[in-house]
Design a protein around this ligand. Sequence first.
Ligand code: ADP
Ligand code: MG
Length: 271
Amino acid sequence: MSPTTSTPQILLAHHLKQLRLPTILREYDKVAQACASEGVDHPRYLLRLVELELLEREQRAVERRIREARFPVVKSFDTFDFLAIPSLNKMLVLELARCEYILRHENIIALGNSGTGKTHTALALGLAACQRGFSVRFTTAAGQLREARDEKRLLKLQNQLQACQLLIVDELGYIPLSPTGAELLFEIFSHRHEQGSTLITSNLPFEEWTNVFGSERLTGALLDRLTHHVHILQLNGESYRLKAAQSRQRRAHAAPPESRDREAGEVRSPP
Ligand code: ADP
Ligand code: MG
């Protein structure tokens, strides 16, 4: 072996890669210098490195779970104004954000009219679950079931929707399901019953779910399973979007001419 290929740094880099410890590889020299100047001993030096690796590994795992959840956009409760929606039980939502309901395989149903923050709440609960180590999958009631046309893709989708620890089905009720779509959703919910958590958002009260599923028998059986262990979130009120747009408009009209231009620009810019 030539002297260059046997230097300890090269071997160390190789072994650390093999062991999948990229953070230690990147940081060991820098941390060694810091520890030397601070007079930190060897066990503590090693501890610092291992802690860095663990932290980054956890961060990467959260990012991977977020990617796999397929959220249309990532939102959290940091940007959610609970005062804007008094009908929503804030204490319950914050308790749910701790994710213990997932361990108990309980469900959540968020009901309310359009624009009241149902999707935002579902996304934020989904994100909280990813951060706490649960596998999550976000889907809309109509969209993906319709996309998976052929048998093979449908089976794959069905398996994915059944396997995750938290399944979010957004916008149940906006579009009536086809008989196959209704059967499929029913089958997925049945499989998940007491095996995993399901979060559904809907603009329709339970009495109208029959119109979505097309069959009273199916809807009854489904509600029976879903509501066995369920937390209901009520979001009734004015549309947040509408309110925000109206208050922007009011501010624009009240403001002096130059700032009015700026405000108007804000309204036109994409969200
Ligand atoms: P829904 O799903 O009930 O129709 P969304 O969750 O899509 O409503 O909310 C519409 C928009 O308003 C989104 O951009 C959302 O982030 C925002 N929004 C709704 N409610 C709130 C709230 N209480 N605080 C902050 N943003 C909100
Ligand atoms: Mg929505």
